[in-house]
Structures are given as C-alpha cells and as structure tokens.
Design a protein around this ligand. Structure first.
Ligand code: G4P
Length: 297
C-alpha cells in the first residue's frame, strides 16, 4: 500500500514546471541580498522543497514559520530554535491575521546588518535591498506578501504556459520582494511527507484514500495529543489502540452506526479531517525536530 500511495503522490510532482522555476531562481539569485522561505509551522520540513537550500546556498536566509495560529506553540518555539541554530533568521507569523509581519522589514535589515553597514560606509545609504520569496503552493506566500506590502498584490502565476512567472513588490523605499510562483513542490519520496501535507489539505484529497489518511492522523494524535481526542470526541486513547480503532471509537461516540452495528468509519474519517483542517480540534504540529532526527538519522 505504501508504494501505491507513493506513486499516487508523485502525481503532484511536475518536473517540467519545477525546472522552469529552478532556472528562474538561479538566474535571479545573483541580484538578491537574501532569500525568505515561507514554511508551514505545523510541518516545517515537510513543507519545504529540499532543493531550495542547495539552490540558494550562501545567501542570508530568513525563515517564516507561517500559520502559527494552527500550530502547537511550544513546538513552534522548538522549530524556531532549530532553524536559528542552523544560521537562519526566523519569524513566527500568522499571515492571515497579520501577526508578526511588521517584524519582517526589521528582521531583513538585522540579517543584512554587515552589508548595510558596508554600504553606509561607502555612502550608499539609499541602496535597495532585494529579497526573494520562496515557498510551496498554498503555504501562504500571497497572504504574507500582501500583508508585508500593505496592499493586495496579484499572484505570481502558478499555471504553466503563463508568462508572468515572477514579480517585484516594493515594501518601502529601500526594500523590494521578488515573488516567485509556487511551483516548488516538496518531494514525496518519503510517504510521511506526503501524508503530513495531506492532513493539512495541502495536497488534493483524491491523492490518498480519506480513511487511510484519517487512520494515520488518528494514530499520531492518539500518541502525541491524546487530550485533544478526549476533549473533542470523548475518546480515551490506549496503548493498544491503532488509528483504525480510534476512528471506530470516535465514530461510535458520534453515533455513526450502520445497520448491523458496524461503525461508519468512512463518515468519521471525513469529519476528522474536516475538523482538523478547520482548527476545531486544537493546535497541532505534525513533526518535531526530534522526529526528523529519528526518521533521517
Ligand atoms: P500561496 O500564495 O502560497 O499559494 O498561498 P495563499 O496566500 O493563497 O494562502 C493559502 C491559504 O492559506 C489561504 O486560505 C490563506 O488565507 C491561508 N493562510 C495563509 N496564511 C495563513 C495563516 O497564517 N493562518 C491561517 N489560518 N491561514 C493562512 P484560503 O482558504 O485559500 O483563502 P481565504 O478564504 O482564507 O482567503
């Protein structure tokens, strides 16, 4: 089954479009002072295109942990520390509500303090700083850019065959953003990555069977956030429970019983995913730095 899911998830991986975006990034990079990667705070590494680090190596880097309103606050702190330890500047943001976005311009200037000082010493005080914005589709790039720029900017087009693939967005007199199309899909080689993206709705539902997905999510929640299952579904997660038995227990509590006494786990699966995505179960992070070390050594 894992292999089947894997190949289905690869439907999302568009090599042609990716190549175009990569070329554009490479060509523009020399004009950039810094790169800003927007990640989903609930799954920072799974929502990252792994090639981006290599592609933009050597550039000062600002990481935006977006959707902090949906993530586990303690886990967001852990991730922020993890990225800082790797030399990145980090901002915790809720782009939808505009929280944290006013720290963007000062954070960029702090990140580039040495360079700005060198410019100032040469008398070049008005030089424009250019920052490339990168992120996978639907991570919140447009929402973030609109907030930072203080107005609605048309989306850099994601569709193939559309020529306007990038655009400049002025933030103030000396700071400009380069918006890039969200073609930078993460890699789905690791089924866990595809699964976590699917929980959040970042990949289309038909990519993976809803019930299978809900079972995996239940298992994770039962292990890491049992209190949430107790509060929302009155389900007590026990050591012996699997994702499926937890789904059954929740379905039973909700009264989703089919003729013959069987639990309608399909219906419960859909409700779990809808409620999870709407933030009704609480705030969760789907991977922690320690998981990454356990998974990838
Ligand atoms: P993109 O350019 O990277 O493709 O992403 P975009 O800004 O279009 O954002 C995708 C969805 O994520 C939008 O929801 C947006 O509102 C939501 N979003 C962005 N940042 C945050 C955040 O920090 N917190 C939360 N909770 N949501 C965020 P949508 O349903 O597609 O549109 P809308 O109805 O919210 O406008």
């Amino acid at each position: 089954m894992a292999r089947e899911q894997d190949s289905q998830m690869n439907i999302q991986w568009y090599p042609g479009h990716m190549t175009k975006t990569r070329r554009m990034i490479q060509a523009e990079l020399k004009h950039m002072d810094a790169v800003c990667e927007i990640l989903d705070a609930r799954l920072p590494l799974s929502s990252r295109n792994p090639d981006v680090g290599e592609l933009t190596a050597g550039k000062p880097r600002l990481i935006i942990l977006n959707r902090t309103d949906l993530a586990d606050a303690a886990a967001t702190k852990q991730w922020a520390a993890w990225f800082r330890a790797r030399g990145c500047a980090v901002l915790e943001v809720n782009a939808k509500a505009g929280q944290g976005v006013n720290r963007f311009a000062p954070a960029v200037r702090e990140l580039l303090a040495d360079k700005l000082l060198a410019y100032a010493e040469k008398g070049q005080t008005g030089r424009v700083i250019r920052v490339m914005i990168l992120g996978i589709p639907n991570v919140g790039k447009s929402t973030f850019i609109n907030q930072v720029a203080g107005r609605r900017i048309a989306k850099a087009e994601d569709r193939p065959g559309v020529t306007r693939g990038k655009q400049w967005v002025p933030v103030d007199r000396t700071l400009e953003l380069l918006d890039t199309p969200g073609m930078l899909w993460p890699k789905f080689d690791d089924p866990q990555v595809g699964m976590r993206l699917a929980y959040t709705g970042a990949v289309r539902d038909e990519i993976i069977d809803t019930e299978t997905l809900a079972c995996h999510l239940m298992e994770y929640l039962g292990r890491r956030y049992p209190q949430a299952l107790l509060e929302r579904y009155k389900v007590e997660a026990e050591e012996s429970d699997t994702g499926y038995t937890l789904l059954e227990k929740a379905g039973r509590k909700r009264g989703f019983v089919l003729r013959g006494g069987e639990i309608d786990t399909g219906r419960m699966a859909k409700i779990l995913l809808d409620e999870f995505r709407a933030g009704r179960l609480g705030r969760f992070t789907l991977e922690l730095p320690e998981d990454m070390e356990a998974e990838h050594g």
